[in-house]
Ligand binder design. Sequence first.
Ligand code: MN
Ligand code: MN
Length: 323
Amino acid sequence: MTSSDTPRGPVDSSRVPRYAGPATFARLPRLDEVASADVAVVGVPFDSGVSYRPGARFGGNAVREASRLLRPYNPAQDAAPFALAQVADAGDIAVNPFDIQEAVDTVENAADELLGTGARLLTLGGDHTVALPLLRAAARRHGPLALLHFDAHLDTWDTYFGAAYTHGTPFRRAFEEGLLDTSALGHVGTRGPLYGKADLDEDARMGFGIVTAADVYRQGVDEVVDRLRQRIGERPLYVSVDIDVLDPAHAPGTGTPEAGGLTSRELLEILRGLAGHHVVSADVVEVAPAYDHAEITAVAASHVAYDLVTLMTRDVAARTASD
Ligand code: MN
Ligand code: MN
């Protein structure tokens, strides 16, 4: 999009009630309804890589449904994200539920195609397996990426049952493939039992720093944000949010819940603290609506997605202005 174009925003809720109208993210136009998009919201209905409860294949549409209530102005970031840049819903990437390798390839190719149009991606999972092909596509365009990974779990394990591509292994593969800038990797919200202390040693060897869920509580959001900002600097940044980073009280609808997690307020405030960084793409994964109650998880995820989109459109606008 050029700076002279006016982005097409959501359906006007003073004319069409929020519970009516399109089922796109935030009731935005579909990608095929606009000339091009600066940020494309895309679903990946895939959960064949999970190790425990399935159901995240329904996550993207649950987040879209909960996103009906999002309004055009984001006061926490003092920005109207859908006016700063064109955001559109690219629909779902149709992936093979019976062949993980093929699904990973399909996501990578579709992400390549979307990124090739100049759009950044906000992907709605799906389980965390999908982060690997998304990182491959993003790294192809930007080189090795800074990564902030919000998750109860490390997701740097080697294999499950001999399988290399699962929702617990994407960041190990990404490290092995050279997709990550190992000087700027962070997990946030880590907690819960591990297989052994070696899990942490191997993770540290890959370059990851850890801000545990307890660190967020003990140090507070501002100190955590300072630490993260120093680590990221000017690098192209990919943000991956596994909704199980939230405490099960805030996100019961997920596949591998762990007690003692972040509040939705803490997560949103940390994300907002990333303003000004070069967020090139992001994902929100592991929403499994069958275990949700009253859309608690989907509402939280839709707000997380909204603040991520706001970070990206602000960065688009800032870079357009400085061109
Ligand atoms: Mn997790
Ligand atoms: Mn995960």
